[in-house]
Design a protein around this ligand. Structure first.
Ligand SMILES: Cc1cc2nc3c(=O)[nH]c(=O)nc-3n(C[C@H](O)[C@H](O)[C@H](O)COP(=O)(O)OP(=O)(O)OC[C@H]3O[C@@H](n4cnc5c(N)ncnc54)[C@H](O)[C@@H]3O)c2cc1C
Length: 412
């Protein structure tokens, strides 16, 4: 007999989780304040890389921060008015750069995202949008030996977890992506990876299929969660009370506001990123390209070519600062001097980031009928569908394919 499940959130994590739960025969209702795929899952870089298991906080991160902050083209900014608020999270982030924690996080990330393409291929085929899931190599390009050496540890972490890579020289880089500027002295290619050609369309198509399969979707803002001895009882929303039997929270960066209402605060921060999408770039981009120094991804998409990156700390609610997108445009010009930039759009999204680079997945430690799936940071697309499958296993009483201990809510 299926459960009656209310799930907050229609980003890629919520929609993929709802799809798996519905497939198991549960009666599932999504409650979301944004239409499906119109919040952070709208505009990511689309990377679907089972290799992406390197945590954000790496040994030596503290030494790099001043350089990042003072470089006008750098990947990191903290709004002056937000420094004090960001400090506790940033301090925890830096404390997570120990060797032991990095190895632990890399194991947990790899275990989570290794099956990402298979999970999406299955969901997308069912939703008639299988064309969006592309298997592809991706190239990481280096402008100097120094920047390559700074990444040696990251490559070791990946290789130790079974990721296959190939080193290429400057000529090899040019051969793989001929329109790249001739400024890259070497590269690393990761052969068996993938990307989503339109993350917004993917999320919307999965949500539409979920509804065709009998799932319900309510566009409402959750203002409060009523809880009693037996767990969560109801949601107070901007359009009335919604009683709940079983609650799953996939609220992206707002999840911390929701878990706090249940007495389980979590250290989640908005790591704001930007993109610029060129609709007529006049580029042939045979695979996604990452430039490690600039921390940008350039991905071929069905609507053109997208450059994405930047980590801006300014809180959830501050207005976008599109000078960060202009920084991306300057990187794009440097990487691809021939890009045709007449038709482009800019966007900002809020990565739901935890200081140890690991999401929260699993049951509440306080309420018997509440489950969590949020906090995927830089890897919410990669982690979304695998997370959904794990949550469905938990709710069906099946043993999840991986140990969920590293993602537990009370680890902080
Ligand atoms: C520039 C950039 C590039 C990125 N590139 C990649 C990449 O290449 N690969 C990758 O794997 N990841 C990438 N990411 C990260 C990824 O996009 C996110 O981790 C992911 O989109 C998070 O999905 P989500 O479903 O958790 O949250 P969201 O998409 O933010 O969805 C949250 C949902 O919760 C709902 N919600 C929240 N609070 C409430 C409430 N109170 N009431 C009702 N509804 C509520 C919202 O309305 C929304 O529907 C990137 C992110 C950025 C910004």
């Amino acid at each position: 007999m299926g459960k009656k499940i209310t799930l907050i959130g229609a980003g890629i994590v919520g929609v993929a989780t709802a799809s798996y739960l519905r497939r198991d025969g549960h009666d599932v209702t999504i409650v979301t304040m944004h239409p499906p795929g119109e919040y952070c899952s709208f505009g990511n870089a689309g990377m679907l890389n089972p290799s992406g298991c390197v945590p954000q906080s790496m040994p030596g991160v503290l030494a790099k921060v001043p350089g990042y902050l003072t470089d006008p083209l750098g990947p990191l900014t903290v709004r002056p008015s937000y420094w004090l608020k960001a400090l506790p999270w940033l301090a925890r982030f830096i404390l997570n750069a120990s060797d032991r924690q990095v190895e632990h996080a890399a194991d947990a990330l790899r275990a989570l995202i290794k099956p990402t393409r298979e999970c999406y291929e299955e969901l997308a085929r069912h939703a008639a949008c299988g064309d969006l899931i592309r298997r592809s190599p991706f190239l990481v390009a280096y402008e100097s030996e120094r920047s390559y050496r700074a990444d040696v540890r990251a490559w070791k972490i990946r290789r130790e977890r079974g990721v296959v890579t190939e080193e290429v020289d400057a000529a090899g880089v040019r051969k793989l992506v001929p329109q790249l500027a001739p400024i890259y002295v070497r590269g690393v290619i990761v052969p068996d990876q993938g990307y989503v050609a339109n993350p917004e369309r993917l999320t919307k198509a999965l949500a539409a299929q979920f509804q065709k399969d009998g799932g319900a979707l309510l566009t409402r803002k959750v203002l409060d969660i009523e809880a009693g001895e037996g767990g969560a009882v109801a949601l107070a929303t901007d359009a009335g009370r919604v009683p709940v039997d079983t609650l799953v929270i996939c609220g992206g960066v707002h999840s911390g506001e929701l878990t706090a209402k249940l007495g389980e605060p979590v250290p989640i921060e908005a790591e704001r990123g930007y993109h610029v999408t060129y609709s007529d770039p006049r580029l042939e981009l045979p695979m996604p390209v990452h430039v490690s120094d600039a921390k940008v991804f350039v991905t071929p998409m069905e609507m053109g070519v997208r450059i994405a990156g930047q980590a801006e700390f300014a809180g959830i609610y501050a207005e976008p600062d599109y000078r960060r997108a202009e920084v991306l445009e300057r990187h794009m010009k440097r990487m691809f001097p021939g890009v045709h930039a007449a038709d482009k759009t800019q966007w900002m999204g809020r990565r739901p980031s935890m200081p140890d680079s690991l999401p929260v997945i699993g049951p509440s430690a306080k309420h018997r009928n509440v489950y969590y799936a949020f906090g995927h940071g830089h890897l919410g697309l990669c982690g979304g569908a695998p997370t959904g499958r794990l949550v469905a296993d938990l709710l069906a009483g099946r043993k999840p394919a991986i140990d969920l201990a590293p993602y537990r809510v009370n680890r902080f």
